[in-house]
Design a protein around this ligand. Structure first.
Ligand code: ADP
Ligand code: MG
Length: 342
């Protein structure tokens, strides 16, 4: 519908049933004039009055439509509908009922999504503050104890300083993980993909963890990697994935060891990190990839873990177009695996 006053009448005539009726009446009048020969001036006057009547009817109908729509939009704005099925338009507007209903559904789903995001955001902030508080309070505690006299006590002063320093490291790790995850979630992860030789790459990555495994008397074993296998990915980010998986495996294993396997498949290489550790109960298997989720909070925190490791792993593998799989048996062990294109 055109809004300008001059165009309005003509557009009404063109688009509206009243306009068509007026035109038909005009034709009928012409015919009557031809047959009966009534005065031309009367004919024109009749035509004008008739059209004025039609025009006001048309305006009245337009206003009625506008009012109905206004009422419906206000109800949507004030959340007065429970679902889109409650939006019922009168017959003269039934043509746009499904559009209005689907618009309502879209608004509702956008709002639900935004509310969910907001909830996730505030939960995340709450978690972050909670996680930061622990190491900060601990460091503060040691420093205050030292200031209050422990600094001169040779039995504890070095020990307290070392503990404070360890918690500073934990704090630093947590901040680095937080920076990583917020970059990834903001879609700012830059990846530089290349082909690399799997045998060389995985031997060097796994070797770095031998001292850590030896400290716990665990066996760390890399199965023979197919020597010509070339895999495609971001080497640094995949190293971050392997570091998280191997560190977890060592952390949550007391006897036995950790094995890493790289197998060639038709279009990919499958990497598996498995351990003979404490395992994960089935009800937690989906949750371990959530930010800050830990099966045993005290144990993981004591070890200085951020609880963000597997969330970061999942993001990195998502960005590689692949996913992480986990299998675990309580008290028997866990195995994580993922694929990379070859
Ligand atoms: N290899 C594993 N064996 C047993 N539990 C594991 C293993 N890897 C991860 N988990 C569980 O998943 C949780 C989340 O892991 P992660 O995101 O790396 O956090 P963090 O290691 O910092 O606690 C851990 O707290 C632990 O409970
Ligand atoms: Mg971890």
């Amino acid at each position: 519908m055109i809004n300008h006053s001059s165009g309005y009448y003509y557009s009404t005539i063109a688009q509206n049933k009243w306009g068509i009726a007026a035109f038909l009446t005009f034709l009928v009048l012409i015919i009557i004039w031809g047959v009966h020969g009534i005065g031309f001036i009367y004919l024109i006057l009749l035509f004008l009055f008739y059209n004025l009547g039609m025009l006001s009817l048309s305006i009245w109908e337009k206003n009625k439509r506008t009012e109905t729509l206004k009422e419906i939009f206000n109800k949507i704005k004030n959340n007065e509908y429970e679902n889109s099925g409650e939006i019922v338009l009168p017959s003269y507007l039934s043509g746009i009922q499904s559009e209005i209903r689907s618009m309502y559904e879209k608004i509702q789903s956008d709002m639900d999504y935004m509310n969910k995001l907001e909830k996730v955001r505030s939960e995340f902030l709450g978690n972050v503050s909670h996680e930061l508080r622990t190491p900060i309070f601990t460091i503060q505690g040691y420093i205050e104890t030292l200031i209050n006299g422990a600094i001169d006590d040779k039995n504890v002063n070095k020990q307290f300083l070392e503990k404070a320093s360890r918690h500073t490291n934990n704090l630093n790790n947590l901040l680095n993980d937080l920076i990583d995850i917020s970059m990834m979630e903001a879609g700012q992860m830059r990846l530089s993909f290349c082909y690399f030789n799997a045998e060389e790459y995985f031997s060097s990555v796994v070797n770095e963890f031998i001292p850590q495994a030896e400290k716990k008397s665990l066996r760390l074993y890399l199965h023979k990697v197919p020597s010509k296998l070339q895999l495609f990915g971001d080497k640094e980010k995949i190293k971050q994935v392997m570091t998280n998986l191997i560190q977890n495996a060592i952390r949550y294993t007391e006897t036995g060891g950790v094995e890493i396997k790289v197998e060639e498949e038709e279009r990919s290489g499958k990497i598996t990190v498995s351990d003979t550790g404490i395992g994960i109960a089935p009800e937690y298997l989906d949750r371990i990839f959530e930010r800050f989720f830990r099966v045993n909070k005290a144990r993981s925190k004591e070890a200085g873990d951020s609880g963000l490791g597997l969330a970061i792993v999942k993001h990195i593998l998502d960005a590689h177009g692949t996913k992480i799989e986990v299998q675990s048996k309580l008290n028997e062990g866990t195995s994580f695996s993922f694929r990379l294109k070859k």
